[in-house]
Design a protein around this ligand. Structure first.
Ligand SMILES: [Zn+2]
Length: 86
C-alpha cells in the first residue's frame, strides 16, 4: 500500500509564499487566501516614504540616519553626546 508521505510538507489551507508585488522578493507565510502581497520593506516605504531600510544602508549611514530620525521624532535629545545644534 502506497502512502504519500506528508512529512515536511506545508499544511494546506494555511500560509504560503508569494513574491512581493512591489519589489518581487519572496514574502513567507502569507495568508493562503492572499493573491498578492507586499513585503515589510515596501510596506515600510509606503508608510514612511522618507524612511530607509537598515539593511539597504551602510552601517555608518544607518547610524547617522537613526541619529537624525531620533532627534526629529523626540524633538529633543536625551542621553546623547552627539554634536547638536539645538
Ligand atoms: Zn517589496
Amino acid at each position: 500500500m502506497i502512502k504519500k508521505s506528508s512529512t515536511g510538507q506545508r499544511r494546506s489551507g494555511e500560509n504560503k509564499n508569494l513574491p512581493c508585488k512591489d519589489c518581487g522578493q519572496i514574502v513567507y507565510n502569507v495568508d493562503s487566501n492572499a493573491v498578492s502581497t507586499i513585503c515589510w520593506r515596501c510596506v515600510n516605504k509606503q508608510l514612511n516614504p522618507n524612511s530607509l531600510i537598515a539593511s539597504d544602508l551602510d552601517p555608518e549611514a544607518w547610524k547617522d540616519l537613526v541619529k537624525r530620525k531620533i532627534f526629529k521624532l523626540n524633538g529633543r535629545s536625551e542621553n546623547t553626546t552627539a554634536e547638536g545644534e539645538l
